[in-house]
Write a protein that binds this ligand. Structure first.
Ligand SMILES: NC(=O)c1ccc[n+]([C@@H]2O[C@H](COP(=O)([O-])OP(=O)(O)OC[C@H]3O[C@@H](n4cnc5c(N)ncnc54)[C@H](O)[C@@H]3O)[C@@H](O)[C@H]2O)c1
Ligand SMILES: O=C(O)[C@H](O)[C@H](O)COP(=O)(O)O
Length: 385
């Protein structure tokens, strides 16, 4: 079967040619406008979260494998794919550390927040303790920060789980649940006015899961009542046409890029390549992806908290995402279609971002012990003594 497949791939899947072209022809498509005609002749379909993969898309095609280079699967009608015996795969955890880096960068934006979490016993609540939530929890616990976690679908975890009310009462509340509309705990609009009112007034709410897990209209009403509440949104209802009046009320805003590290994206492609080869019983070709560590120094005079904030902001400053996003939305001047176009363009042209684990602090032996410990716990690589 090798070299004969018709592969249709979202143009925003990096390294699709490098991975897939030995299997056949790779035709690039615009993911958001993907239509049935474009997949009619396809054997393999490779998508991102912006393509709805369902009966309407695939009914007249011979697609045998669908791969999504993402963690989330809410854009796939998996019941339909299973019924039609079309193999499918996502890329679990591919960009999980990228999302955790995003949360760390967000924490660094709020003056005094690391101090409160690291020194004053403040806590982080996590909603959804899967691949992202559990990695976030591990890094926070390694820093000695208290966490609470709500995940009603997890029965087996080594750490105790908490009620939603307890998590909402934390000082930082991070949303990492997938978007679901059915089952015993559908997450669609699980955070509405009632839950928002349970937040502490000084708390920070971060949604880096899926937009519609938070009811955006109720969020806007809530923020009109409580404008000082700090809310970070990476994901929005109705992307790419977000609710523009909500934006000024949001403390830190980004266009769904929390998982957009280069490392996470490449891993996503590699994972669906492996799954595709397995599903179609093709031997995968070995592809080396070893990247050298990026050397990085921290001014040795900095205190531990200042040094940690410095390191995080140097390697990934989410305020730059916020700045570019607000500028683009302002330039759209209330034109919803244009705003949607700019939202997608910001994502398509996202600057290269590497994960914390790609950076080696070359002067770490000269830093104070507390800072060394915190940098290591945050995911940076320390130079050997
Ligand atoms: N913003 C981004 O760039 C970005 C990047 C990666 C993933 N995501 C989103 O984050 C989601 C989580 O990623 P993951 O890798 O941890 O997924 P995962 O499937 O590993 O874990 C999700 C966890 O959420 C739990 N969950 C399900 N419904 C819940 C509910 N109603 N309340 C609380 N918990 C619930 C599940 O039991 C599971 O443990 C993905 O589904 C995706 O939609 C966003
Ligand atoms: O689910 C995921 O992996 C993330 O949300 C991912 O970053 C989505 O990226 P997209 O497919 O929309 O480019």
């Amino acid at each position: 079967m090798a070299n004969t497949l018709h592969i249709v791939a979202d143009e925003n899947i990096p390294y699709a040619d490098e991975y897939f072209s030995h299997l056949g022809t790779v035709k690039k498509v615009h993911g958001r406008s993907l239509c049935a005609e474009q997949v009619a002749q396809a054997d393999v379909l490779l998508v991102r979260s912006v393509s709805q993969v369902n009966e309407a898309l695939l009914n007249n095609s011979a697609v045998k494998f669908v791969g999504t280079a993402t963690i989330g699967v809410d854009h796939l009608d998996t019941a339909y794919l299973d019924r039609k015996q079309i193999s499918w795969a996502n890329a679990p955890a591919c960009n999980a550390h990228s999302v955790v880096d995003y949360v760390f960068s967000c924490i660094s934006q709020f003056a005094g927040l690391w101090q409160q979490l690291l020194m004053d016993g403040h806590s982080v609540g996590i909603i959804g303790l899967g691949n992202v939530g559990s990695r976030l929890q591990q890094r926070l616990l390694a820093l000695g920060i208290k966490t609470k976690a709500y995940d009603p679908l997890l029965s087996d975890t080594s750490l105790p789980l908490d009620q939603l009310e307890q998590v909402l009462a934390c000082d930082v509340v991070c949303m990492h649940a997938p978007l679901t509309n059915s089952g015993p705990y559908p997450s669609y609009h699980m955070i509405g006015m009632t839950q928002l009112q349970q937040l502490k007034p000084q708390a920070v709410l971060i949604n880096a899961g899926r937009g519609a897990v938070v009811d955006n209209q109720q969020l806007l009403s809530f923020l009109q009542q409580r404008p000082q509440q700090r809310v970070v949104l990476d994901v929005w209802e109705n992307e790419p046409q977000i609710d523009l009046p909500l934006l000024p009320a949001i403390a830190m805003a980004s266009p769904h890029i929390a998982g957009y590290s280069l490392d996470g994206k490449i891993l996503g492609t590699a994972m669906i390549y492996q799954s595709c080869c397995k599903a179609l019983a093709i031997a995968p070709k070995p592809l080396a992806n070893e990247q050298p560590l990026i050397p990085f120094e921290i001014p040795a005079h900095l205190t531990a908290i200042a040094g940690l904030s410095y390191a995080i902001k140097q390697v990934y400053d989410v305020s730059e995402d916020d700045r570019r996003f607000r500028a683009a939305m302002t330039a759209a001047a209330g034109d919803a279609a244009l705003a949607g176009q700019y939202f997608d363009e910001l994502r398509k042209n996202y600057p290269e971002r590497r994960e914390f684990s790609c950076y080696q602090i070359t002067n770490s032996p000269q830093l104070n012990q507390q800072l060394q410990n915190w940098l290591g716990a945050s995911g940076f690589v320390l130079a050997a003594n």
